[in-house]
Write a protein that binds this ligand. Structure first.
Ligand SMILES: O=C(O)CCC(=O)C(=O)O
Ligand SMILES: [Fe+2]
Length: 370
């Protein structure tokens, strides 16, 4: 590593300066410059700090073998998924149909992107989605410079995948990125459709009910998260506690680990499993299912160790204009628990604040569900 970076300390109260600070270059930049002690702006308040050395009890998050969907164990697999969506909002899948070479190639381009020289990544930087609406991708290092006072130990690349960007709108560097990203996101889309069908059946709805409720062809983007080694891992969070705003998330993580899920007052590690994918219920699926399926607060910690962690979160979202609210069949015996709204308005609200657990969804609950 090179000499210690001269990092200016930004005090939490000066959050408006974050937008123009050197921290926009991201955490990999600090690490490449030999940072020995995290700048104060990355330090979590004491109650948010974690033990970055130990794995929490972690064998309980269900692992579902999707191979069983093709044979006479199908009804058992449906029940496992239904149960996981109700109890955990999270599960891992194996034999999910996304080919291993497609996964490996995606991980490889993801790593090579984040290891590019800072100036090349900064060519893709913008602080907000709204500042680069025509671009299909965005390098992101600060989630919300106006609203957040503590920064996360991660750099991300946000990539729209569906509707598919025009050929010349994909990232040009790494050169093989576009093909890898298109193949991977196409495979993830097939899996998401399968899971939405199974989840619909779990609600006793027709198998196309959830996909239809997301509008004409659901939207899809992925976020490639890069968490470089940290000199003070016990002081930082890679991603603060949040629930995903869309419908369904398919997450690929490498072998380092760090994803944690909140359940009944405790944090549980989602243990890395080779070639498995992690599935989670997002806020709008909780809304559509009238609270039967649960979106769940999760976060990523940066473990002790000297290897960067990568995760790729693929978000399947309702279309912008899709009308969200509990599906009518599910409100016949139980009252609706969530207000009707457009997905556009949900996202507007999500982006207007810094995330905190399931705080955004709380704004859309009806009074009988507070
Ligand atoms: O890195 C992880 O495991 C979690 C990332 C995540 O939750 C997200 O990007 O929404
Ligand atoms: Fe997430």
């Amino acid at each position: 590593m090179a000499s210690t970076a001269q990092v200016e300390v930004v005090k939490s109260s000066e959050d408006n300066t974050l937008r123009n600070s050197k921290y926009v270059k991201g955490v990999q930049y600090l690490v490449e410059n030999g940072v020995m002690q995290i700048p104060d702006v990355y330090a979590q308040p004491p109650h948010q700090r974690v033990d970055a050395t130990k794995f929490e009890s972690s064998n309980e998050i269900p692992v579902v073998d999707l191979a069983g969907l093709q044979d006479d164990s199908r009804s058992g697999v449906l029940a496992e998924i239904k149960n996981a969506c109700e109890r955990w909002g999270f599960f891992q899948v194996i034999n999910h149909g996304v080919p291993v070479p497609v996964i490996e190639r995606m991980m490889d381009v993801a790593r090579r992107f984040h290891e590019l020289p800072t100036e090349e990544k900064m060519a893709y930087y913008s602080a907000y989605q709204s500042e680069s609406p025509s671009r299909s991708h965005r390098f992101q290092t600060i989630y919300n410079a106006e609203k957040q006072t503590v920064l996360e130990w991660r750099d991300s690349l946000d990539q729209k995948c569906y509707p598919p960007p025009e050929d010349d709108k994909w990232l040009k560097n790494p050169i093989d990125y576009r093909d890898a990203a298109m193949d991977y996101s196409g495979e993830v889309r097939k899996l998401a459709k399968l899971l939405l069908a199974v989840m619909s059946e779990g609600l006793n709805l027709s198998s196309d009910a959830l996909e239809k409720a997301l509008g004409d062809e659901f939207g899809q983007n992925f976020l490639i998260n890069y968490y470089p080694p940290c000199p003070n891992p016990e002081l930082v969070l890679g991603v603060n506690s949040h629930s995903d705003p869309g419908a369904l998330t398919v997450l690929l993580q490498d072998e380092i680990g760090g994803l944690q899920v909140f359940n009944e007052g405790n944090w549980f590690d989602v243990k890395p499993l080779a070639n498995a994918l992690v599935i989670n219920v997002a806020d709008e699926l909780e809304v559509l299912s009238n609270g039967i399926y649960k979106s769940v607060a999760h976060r990523a910690i940066r473990r002790v160790g000297d290897v960067a962690r990568i995760s790729i979160a693929s978000f399947c979202n309702p279309t912008w204009e899709a009308k969200m609210g509990p599906i009518a069949e599910l409100t016949k015996t139980n009252p609706p628990l969530y207000k009707e709204h457009l997905f556009r308005d949900f996202i507007r609200h999500f982006r207007s604040r810094y995330y905190d657990g399931k705080g955004c969804l709380d704004n859309f609950r009806l009074p009988n569900n507070l």
